[in-house]
Design a protein around this ligand. Structure first.
Ligand SMILES: [Zn+2]
Ligand SMILES: [Zn+2]
Length: 366
């Protein structure tokens, strides 16, 4: 059984700060990259130090270790060299070991994905559309070819690190490397910055994007345009552009999936006597037969006049809801006719309603 306290050279009641300090010193001393002549041996030692610290720096693992004194007592999932290794290391040292962790920033990386919100009309959603818009993205500055230095003025070697991107300094007994703060590890600095990009080496450019919107899209539909996102880094592929669609409200049609709803005004005589009325659809005006005695709020289905299903020729229905309009202003003649109508019919209506009420409330106390 390994004694983690002994490995780190600390007492059993060492504080978290003491543990960290001891680990830091030992890790620096035994890091394999710092001991090229006996690499194998220092690697073993380094692993041991890391194992001890991984355990003792975690309050749960530490209490298990103190109680059971065995690695087995630490429960499932404990892996001293597992995924947590890099995290602990990064956490403690940050970019302190820039030389050891390598030039990870220079690895090829895919560009960032971009999002563009595009509003379209209901008609465009119904029949599809060709849309053109502009999307900004960072591109290499053409004037300096991405170097950031003014034309003809090549970037100078960093005087601080002499081009290595690393500076060495003394830490206790050890000489340690650190990323150069002046050039941020690039090894070069720009003395005469390129004017168009202000030395950034890149410029925000608005690019024209053409996209074909397929028929049947709805709000929250997304279109992906491969490779139209931000450019990749260090030779990596560009990201993608995601177009988030929003379908504007239509003044006449309400959409629910593939169904279109609309309200059509109908006069009282039309509803009472029956009529053929004109109804707008997204394909144009069509005729609809209203049977005699149609009550207000009744709906009629126009088959296949709704929205198309995305990627198919199938179409939903249009639901027409009739709304019987009461005239606000009447001429003298209209009044007379209606009064006469009421005289003939009025009692009938109220009698029928009274009967209905009686049925509804039969058996209940009123
Ligand atoms: Zn430039
Ligand atoms: Zn430098």
């Amino acid at each position: 059984m390994k004694d983690y306290y002994e490995i780190l050279g600390v007492s059993r009641d060492a504080s978290a700060a003491d543990l960290k300090k001891a680990f830091r010193q030992l890790a620096m001393k035994h890091h394999p990259d710092r001991n090229p002549e006996n690499n194998k041996e220092s690697e073993e030692k380094f692993k041991e130090i890391n194992e001890a610290y991984t355990c003792l720096s975690d309050p749960d693992k530490k209490s298990n270790y103190d109680r059971f004194g065995t690695a087995e007592g630490m429960g499932a999932g404990f892996s001293p060299f597992g995924a947590g290794f890099g995290d602990v290391f990064e956490d403690i040292f940050g970019d302190f070991f820039g030389t050891f962790t390598g030039q990870r920033r220079k690895r090829p990386a895919k560009g960032t994905d971009l999002r563009y919100d595009l509003d379209i009309t209901l008609m465009e959603a119904a029949f599809g559309a060709e849309k053109t818009f502009e999307v900004p993205r960072w591109e290499n500055c053409a004037d300096c070819k991405g170097t950031g230095a003014a034309p003809g003025k090549a970037p100078a070697t960093c005087p601080n690190c002499k081009g290595s991107g690393q500076v060495r300094f003394q830490q206790g007994f050890f000489s340690v490397s650190k990323t150069c703060g002046k050039c941020h590890g690039e090894g070069r600095i720009i003395t005469d910055p390129c004017k168009p990009c202000k030395g950034q080496g890149r410029i925000k450019k608005y690019r024209e994007i053409n996209v074909r919107i397929p028929a049947g899209v709805d709000t929250d539909s997304k279109l992906r345009m491969s490779g139209e996102g931000e450019l990749g880094l260090y030779g990596g592929p560009p990201g993608d552009l995601y177009i988030f669609l929003g379908v504007e409200e239509h003044p006449f049609f309400k959409r629910e999936g593939m169904t279109l709803y609309c309200k059509v005004p109908v006069s009282f005589p039309q509803a009472a006597l029956g009529a053929e009325i004109e109804v707008p659809t997204i394909d144009g005006v069509t005729n609809l037969k209203i049977p005699q005695g149609t009550p207000s709020g009744r709906s009629f289905n126009l088959k296949g006049r709704g929205m198309p299903r995305l990627g198919s020729h199938q179409r939903g229905d249009q639901v027409v809801i009739v709304n019987i309009e009461v005239p606000k202003h009447l001429t003298q003649r209209q009044k007379e006719i209606l009064e006469e109508f009421a005289k003939i019919n009025g009692d009938e209506v109220s009698k029928g309603f009274k009967e209905k009420l009686k049925d509804l409330f039969a058996g209940t106390k009123t």
